[in-house]
Design a protein around this ligand. Structure first.
Ligand SMILES: Cc1cc2nc3c(=O)[nH]c(=O)nc-3n(C[C@H](O)[C@H](O)[C@H](O)COP(=O)(O)OP(=O)(O)OC[C@H]3O[C@@H](n4cnc5c(N)ncnc54)[C@H](O)[C@@H]3O)c2cc1C
Length: 432
């Protein structure tokens, strides 16, 4: 039996680790994880990498090393399609940044397949966006953004000698968690750059404009949370434009529906969620309007019991007009059930149905604060608001739980200690 998992993100890597322990390490099945990158970085940390609060080189996990220690095989590859009739996935050639072909186009056979490739932003085909704006969809993009940010700060620090009113303008489209969290991280980065020698650049020289088409920030959260987030960001100095739809992008500017030009040295598009278009073209898989693969309660796809889909790329209809939201907690819960169902299927036992539990949502505004709503046992089934230190601790614990799922409690605890040591011995911001 060969089980192939495509995508080693929040859901896929937890699943590969689980199946590696349950089946792969015991010789009961061959578990293969395929990812387009060599390392894993938990996606909710991307805005921290972009701002420099987190060093991806330190925090990233090598798939190969992790696979060796956890009973599965890692293969580098960019998934492009599925040949369902022959039970094979198609992998596009892997080419490095210099154009060197690391691996050719190839096929990988499977008995059971799990698609866990996550999602990206949705630019809604807004003209100019793909050409002029950046996206925060993976570690490489986050690192590229970070490098540009440093260079802009260095350049600004020099220019301020002759032009004291000059500003660094960063425009972010999308007032969801990514846009909001990155905005706060940028103000933190400015303060730290100033501490580390770029002294001329003050808060007044950083202009972060957050453009949101809807009437409030973080629309997936309760209204009072949106308002609290807006107020905290405004205090930091962000220029928040609600009900502002971007009609097109040009070099160094977003143009709004009203024709206003929002000039920017750096432009980031962080709006919308969409699974890559090629998924909708895979013959025989049903998808919804954002290309999520429709799954049954067992998390098997609606058209093929040998293919599961989990995480952001899975479309699970909750039956009340809502879909399971594309969040790390959903990916974690789906990985957990898909793992159990695959093992149950091998033992000939009936599969279980997925039940999504919403444990709440939190928005982290860098080291300043975190705001959100928690649900579940602590609140006796009710939701309750959290803010400040407690909210920040719960937010951080989400990542710690992901580390526990990957490494177990002992190693995850050692990683916490290593992080604390790094916090003491390394600069508080990645400066290069
Ligand atoms: C900046 C940011 C902040 C966020 N903050 C939060 C938060 O606070 N709380 C929360 O719950 N959620 C948050 N999210 C959402 C959360 O990150 C996702 O819901 C979660 O990571 C989805 O997990 P996944 O396993 O489905 O996909 P991912 O974690 O995105 O992993 C997908 C994996 O598939 C690989 N892959 C993609 N395409 C291919 C291909 N063609 N071939 C091979 N491999 C491929 C990728 O390299 C990646 O490793 C945030 C997202 C972002 C971008």
């Amino acid at each position: 039996m060969k089980i192939v998992i495509i995508g080693g993100g929040a859901g896929g890597l937890e699943l590969a680790t689980y199946l590696g322990h349950k089946l792969g390490g015991k010789g009961l099945a061959e578990i293969v994880l395929i990812d387009q990158n060599q390392t894993h970085l938990w996606k909710p940390l991307l805005h921290e990498v972009a701002a420099g609060s987190l060093d991806a080189e330190v925090d990233a996990l090598s798939y190969r090393a992790h696979a060796t220690a956890h009973g599965f095989i890692f293969k580098l590859g960019k998934f492009s399609s599925v040949d369902r009739a022959n039970r094979c996935v198609e992998l596009a050639p892997v080419v490095d940044e210099e154009g060197f072909e690391v691996l050719p186009q190839r096929r990988e056979s499977y008995d059971q397949l799990v698609i866990a490739i996550g999602s990206g932003c949705n630019d809604f085909n807004t003209p100019g966006v793909a050409q002029y704006a950046q996206f925060l969809e993976g570690p490489k993009q986050a690192e590229k953004f970070h490098k540009q940010l440093i260079n802009h700060f260095i350049q600004l620090n020099r220019k301020l000698i002759d032009e004291p009113t000059k500003t660094l303008n960063i425009a972010i489209v999308g007032g969801g968690a990514t846009g909001v969290e990155l905005s706060a991280e940028l103000f933190n980065a400015q303060q730290l750059f100033s501490l580390y020698g770029l002294k001329r650049v003050t808060n007044e020289h950083l202009r972060v404009t957050l453009l949101e088409a809807g009437p409030r920030l973080v629309p997936a959260l309760a209204e009072h949370v949106s308002e609290a987030v807006r107020s905290e960001l405004a205090k930091l100095g962000a220029d928040i434009r609600l009900n502002t739809k971007v009609a097109r992008a040009e070099k160094n500017a977003f143009i709004t529906g009203d024709g206003e030009v929002v000039s920017a040295d750096m432009m980031l598009w962080a709006a919308g969620v969409k699974v890559p278009d090629f998924i909708a073209d895979i013959e025989g898989l049903e998808t919804n309007r954002i290309n999520q693969i429709l799954v049954k309660p067992t998390l098997q796809t609606t058209t093929d019991d040998n293919i599961y889909a989990i995480g952001d790329c899975a479309g699970y209809d909750l039956g009340d007009g809502r879909w399971v939201p594309p969040r790390a907690q959903s990916a974690h819960q789906m990985a957990s059930l898909a793992g159990k169902n695959i093992v149950r299927g091998l033992k000939g036992k009936p599969l279980k149905d997925f039940k999504y539990s919403d444990h709440g949502s939190l928005v982290s505004l860098s080291r300043y604060t975190a705001i959100g709503v928690l649900m579940g046992n602590l609140g006796k089934g009710q939701s309750f608001n959290v803010r400040g230190w407690l909210a920040r601790m719960v937010y951080i614990s989400l990542y710690r739980m992901h580390q526990v799922a990957l490494h177990g409690w002992i190693r995850a605890s050692l990683l916490v200690i290593a992080d604390k040591i790094n916090h003491i011995v390394k600069p508080r911001l990645k400066l290069h």
